[in-house]
Design a binder for this molecule. Sequence first.
Ligand SMILES: [Fe+2]
Length: 251
Amino acid sequence: MLRVLHLTDPHLFADKDGSLRGAVTHASLSSVLEHYRNNDWLADVVVVTGDLVQDDSWEAYDHFRVLLAELDLPVYCVPGNHDVLPLMRDALSEPPFFYCDYTERDNWLIIGLDSYVGDQAGGSVSSDELARLDQTIAESDAAHVMVCLHHPPVDMGSTWLDSVGLDNGDDVLDRMAASGKVRLAVSGHVHQAYDAEHDSIRIITTPSTCRQFAVGSDEFAVDDNPPAYRRIELHDDGNHETGLIWVEPAE
Ligand SMILES: [Fe+2]
C-alpha cells in the first residue's frame, strides 16, 4: 500500500507573520505539519496541489522548502494560479522536491499536471500536458493512476468558484477516463472538501492549510473551518481510501 499526504494552498508570504484573511499562513502550515508528525500515520509521498505562495516572493518558496524538507519525504508539487512559475520551478528543482513530475510505486502511477494559465484565477490543461498524461500512463507498468492538478475538473456548485474553475474540465475528465487506469484525481484551489465520482473517477479536493472558502456560496466568502490536510491510501488492487483531517488550533 502507498500512503499519500495531500497538502494544498499554503499561500505563504516572505514575512512569516503574513496573513491571508486572518490566517497567519506560515503558522497554519506549521500546525498542519506538526499534527501530521505527532500522529502515527506515516506517508510515503507528499503531494502539494498549488498556491504555494501568496506574495510572488522567492522567500515564500524558500519557507515552503524549509518546512516541507523536515518531513524527509519526496514532495510532488503542481502550480496554482497564485504561483510564479519561474520561481517555483527553480525552488523545486532538486529532490526531495519534484515539479509537475511523476512517480511509480506499488502498482500506482502518481502524476502532476500543470493547469496554470497565468494572470487569471481559472485554469486550463494544455493539449501538450494532456499528451504528456497519455504518454506517461502508456509507458508505465502501474495498473492504477492518481492525477494531481490545482483546479478540480468538475464544478463545486459555488457560482463564484465555478467561474474561476478549470476551462476544459470535461476534456480532462474524458482523457483521464479514456485511459481506463485513472482511479482518482486530487486538487486544491477551492479551499474546501469535495469527494464524488465522475465517469468512474473519484474527484477529491482538500481544504487549504490556511483559510477555507464557504461551501456552496454564490459570492466570495470564507468560513471558520480550521486548516486541514488529507491522508490517502492507495492499495495495490486499485482500491483507495481517504481521510480528511481538520487541524484545530491549540487551546
Ligand atoms: Fe488557493
